[in-house]
Design a protein around this ligand. Structure first.
Ligand SMILES: NC(=O)c1ccc[n+]([C@@H]2O[C@H](COP(=O)([O-])OP(=O)(O)OC[C@H]3O[C@@H](n4cnc5c(N)ncnc54)[C@H](O)[C@@H]3O)[C@@H](O)[C@H]2O)c1
Length: 322
C-alpha cells in the first residue's frame, strides 16, 4: 500500500458478517472501540476481559451502542481471560479450539504500562513482559489450530498492538524480567518492541509453513485511555496531569481514533501481511489518517527476533505447532 491511506474510516470496514473474532482487553480503551466497530460490521465477538464485572458492563454498553442493520452485537460472548496467568491462557485457548469453530481474527490488544514498582504475573514473570509479551505469545500459538480452520475465504489474521514506545525499546536478553534493574517505562518499551518483533517473526514463520494465516501489527499513536492511570509518573508530571488533564486529553487521540490502525490492520483488504500501521499525524502520535508506521532497526533484527522467540517458547512451554 502507499505510505499514507489518507481517509480510511470505520465506514470503510468491509462486512465482517460470518467472521469470528477474539479481542483481548476488549472491556476498555482501544480494544473496546475496535470491538464495537467490528460488531457493528457483523463480526461475532469473543469479547475477552480479565474481570467478569468490568467485562459484563462493557459488553452491555457495546450491545447498546452497536446497533444497526448489520450488527452482530447480540451474539457477542464474554470470555474471561487473564494474560498474566498461563493457566488462564491455556484454558481459554483449549476451549476455543475444542469447540471446533474457525477463528478468523485474533487481536492481541491487552496491555499494561509502567506499574510504579516491579510486579509479577501468576507465573512469576515481570508483569509487563508476562502480560504484553508472553501471554499473547502463548495465546496466539495455542489458537493457531482454530485460526487454521478459517483458511479458505479471507485469510485469517493475527493483529498485535505495539507502540511508538518500541522506538526507544531495547531487548536486554540478560535481564528480560527486569530483575537487575526495573525502569517502568524502559520495561514497557522493551515489551512493545518485543510485541512488534513477535508480529514480524510470526509472519515469517506462518509464511514459511504455508499456513495461510496473516500476522500484522498496529499502534494507536498516543490515545487518551486507562493505560495512563497506573503509570509511574513523576510528581511534576502528576501535577500537570491534575491541572491540565482535560486539555492534554483533548490533544491526544480519543480511544476511538486510537482504534483506527487496529481496525485497518484487522479488516482492510489492502493491509499487507507483515505490515505495521499507525496514525499519520504529528510524529505518528495522533490524527485520524492511517498508514505504514515507523519501524526501528531493532524491530527489524531477524536474529534477535529468532532468539526472542526461542526464549518465549522456553518461558511459556508453548511451541510453534508445525
Ligand atoms: N493508549 C495509548 O496511547 C497507547 C499507545 C501505544 C500502545 N498502546 C497499546 O494499546 C493497547 C490497549 O491499551 P489502551 O490504551 O486501550 O489501554 P486500556 O488500559 O484502556 O486497555 C488495556 C486493556 O488490557 C487489559 N489488561 C491488562 N492486563 C491484563 C491481563 N493480565 N489480562 C487480560 N487483560 C488485561 C485491561 O483490562 C484493558 O482492558 C495496549 O497493548 C497498549 O500497550 C496504547
Amino acid at each position: 500500500m502507499n505510505a499514507t491511506t489518507s481517509t480510511w474510516r470505520p465506514k470503510d470496514i468491509p462486512s465482517q458478517t460470518g467472521r469470528r473474532v477474539l479481542i483481548t482487553g476488549a472491556n476498555s480503551g482501544i480494544g473496546y472501540h475496535a470491538a464495537l466497530e467490528l460488531a457493528r460490521h457483523g463480526a461475532t465477538l469473543l469479547f475477552a476481559s480479565r474481570d467478569r464485572a468490568r467485562g459484563e458492563a462493557a459488553l452491555a454498553r457495546l450491545r447498546r451502542e452497536a446497533t444497526g442493520p448489520g450488527s452482530a452485537a447480540s451474539e457477542a460472548e464474554l470470555v474471561l481471560l487473564d494474560l498474566a496467568s498461563l493457566a488462564s491462557v491455556r484454558e481459554v485457548a483449549a476451549r476455543i479450539v475444542a469447540d471446533g469453530r474457525p477463528l478468523d481474527l485474533l487481536v492481541n490488544n491487552a496491555g499494561v504500562m509502567a506499574p510504579p514498582k516491579r510486579l509479577e504475573t501468576q507465573d512469576g514473570f515481570e508483569l509487563q513482559f508476562g502480560t504484553n509479551v508472553l501471554g499473547h505469545f502463548a495465546l496466539t500459538l495455542l489458537l493457531l489450530p482454530a485460526l487454521r480452520l478459517a483458511v479458505g475465504g479471507v485469510a485469517p489474521r493475527v493483529v498485535t498492538i505495539a507502540s511508538i514506545a518500541h522506538l526507544r525499546g531495547k531487548i536486554d536478553f540478560d535481564d528480560l524480567q527486569s530483575l537487575r534493574r526495573y525502569a517502568p517505562m524502559g520495561s514497557y518499551a522493551q515489551t512493545k518492541l518485543a510485541d512488534l518483533m513477535f508480529a514480524f517473526e510470526l509472519e515469517r514463520r506462518l509464511r514459511a509453513a504455508g499456513l495461510g494465516i496473516c500476522s500484522l501489527a498496529a499502534h494507536p499513536g498516543v490515545a487518551n485511555t486507562n493505560l495512563f492511570q497506573v503509570g509511574d509518573f513523576s510528581a511534576p508530571e502528576r501535577a500537570i496531569r491534575r491541572l491540565f488533564g482535560h486539555a492534554i486529553g483533548a490533544l491526544l487521540n480519543s480511544d476511538a481514533e486510537g482504534a483506527l490502525p487496529t481496525l485497518y490492520a484487522a479488516t482492510a483488504p489492502e493491509a499487507e501481511c507483515g505490515g505495521y500501521y499507525g496514525p499519520q499525524g504529528f510524529r505518528e502520535m495522533r490524527g485520524g489518517d492511517v498508514g505504514s508506521a515507523k519501524i526501528s532497526a531493532a524491530a527489524r533484527d531477524m536474529a534477535a527476533a529468532k532468539r526472542l522467540w526461542q526464549v518465549c517458547e522456553e518461558l511459556t512451554g508453548v511451541q510453534f505447532p508445525v
